[in-house]
Design a protein around this ligand. Structure first.
Ligand code: GLU
Length: 416
């Protein structure tokens, strides 16, 4: 089982570079470039019109060396096994960079939830969980939200699993509603981590985050919270784009008003507090901080040369192609890679899992303080590695992650 799709190949290209820097021995190299387990399931669902549809779902458990597999479930028409496998590998490196005791996993269902009713999404979720039930659990594999999945869907995952095992099991999934064992601070956690690494990057490069200009691509959970929190520490959010359009205001957008507008209109397009702006224009803006917080492959070989930001903070998973990354690095743009920049989402998931397992819940301040400490630990571990190895932050994050997973793999040895 050696995956060779385009997304997995992009992951491998990054992996191989770091593995070479580490002088990784061939045996461990082979282990770490193969997914431990790939599951494909068919999920029949009776649709509202009475017809039966069969949806394909995947769950990939890439590594379980450091602990249970961990990673989100996405609902998207473009889901492929190649993509889910690569994302599960990235979760492995992300958890290792974040220094939390999890392996990496990812799930996905090929579907378009925007064209499905709530009942259809619930039925699909429950059937998918029933199909993978033996493979998941608090000690085995702990899903979470990802693209197009949310707290309600996590509640259905938790309920379906609990009904099967015969008791309430909150720690099987994270990103749940607060009332069902969710954690305070989880919803804002990814955006909070993006803000923290943007702030620390500014410190490292010697510019003041107060008054710094920021452009954000994608105004979902990650983009909107990063924008709010960066505005909260004095940065000026001058541009936002999303799937439909965008807005620009050189004097700074009113992020609170924009957030209200987007929750009503589902897009930033047409927001009265600025002028219209396209994605390509956003990437080319002269800003201090650029945050791609939408989907994969947004910064490409074609548009990366136009980027004039000092720092690119990857809020999304895989927003920069390897070609784009090379161009940005050559031009001296500091890129904070996804596996570091958005790792606070899974770190907060770890906190949720811990709280569920001991049945005692922390205050929001406790969550945020622990998140701050974990993110700073991760940022400076990667920065130090990048200086020690004279390499960029992405390579350094891989070096930190691969080294941790390789060390544990060596210590545990071969079972049989
Ligand atoms: N889907 C998020 C990610 O890609 C969160 C995963 C988790 O919390 O397990 O990092």
């Amino acid at each position: 089982m050696a995956p060779n799709g385009p997304v997995f190949s992009a992951m491998l290209e990054e992996f191989d570079g770091a593995a070479r820097l580490l002088n990784l021995e061939p045996g461990i190299w082979k282990i770490l470039t193969h997914p431990k387990r790939q599951i494909a399931v068919s999920c029949p669902v009776q649709m509202d019109n009475g017809e039966i549809e069969v949806f394909t779902g995947y769950r990939v458990q890439y590594s379980m060396s450091l602990g249970p597999a961990k990673g989100g479930i996405r609902y998207h028409p473009g889901v492929t096994l190649d993509e889910v496998t690569a994302l599960a590998a990235w979760m492995t490196w992300k958890c290792a960079v974040a220094h939390i005791p999890f392996g990496g996993g990812k799930g996905g269902i090929i579907c378009d939830p925007t064209r499905m009713s709530r009942r259809e999404v619930e039925a699909l979720t429950r059937r998918y969980v029933a199909e993978i039930i033996d493979a998941i659990g608090p000690e085995k594999d702990v899903p979470a939200p990802d693209v197009n999945t949310n707290e309600q869907i996590m509640a259905w995952v938790m309920d379906t699993y609990s009904m099967h095992v015969g008791h309430t099991s909150t720690a099987v999934v994270t990103g749940k509603p607060l009332e069902l064992g969710g954690s305070l601070g989880r919803r804002e956690a990814t955006g909070r981590g993006v803000m923290i690494v943007a702030r620390e990057s500014a410190k490292h490069l010697g510019f003041d985050v107060q008054g710094a200009t920021v452009a954000v691509q994608g105004f979902g959970n990650v983009g909107s919270v990063s924008a709010q929190l960066l505005a909260g520490i004095g940065a000026r959010i001058i541009a936002v784009t999303d799937w439909k359009g965008g807005v620009y205001n050189a004097g700074g957008l009113d992020v609170a008003k924009l957030t209200d507008y987007v929750s009503l209109h589902k897009t930033a397009e047409g927001f009265p507090g600025g002028e219209p702006l396209t994605n390509e224009q956003l990437f080319a803006l002269e800003v201090d901080i650029l945050i791609p917080a939408a989907l994969e492959n947004q910064l490409t070989g074609e548009n990366a040369s136009a980027v004039r930001a000092k720092v690119v903070v990857e809020g999304a998973n895989g927003p920069t192609t390897p070609d784009a990354h090379r161009r940005l690095h050559e031009r001296g743009v500091l890129v904070i890679p996804d596996i570091l920049a958005n790792s606070s989402g899974v770190t907060a998931s770890y906190f949720e899992w811990v709280q569920d397992r001991y049945g005692y819940f922390w205050t929001e301040q406790e969550v945020n303080d622990r998140l701050e400490a974990k993110m700073c630990e991760a940022f400076y571990a990667v920065l130090k590695t990048s200086l020690d190895y004279k390499t960029d932050m992405r390579m350094a994050a891989y070096v930190v992650a691969i080294n941790r997973v390789a060390t544990v793999t060596r210590m545990r040895g071969m079972y049989a």
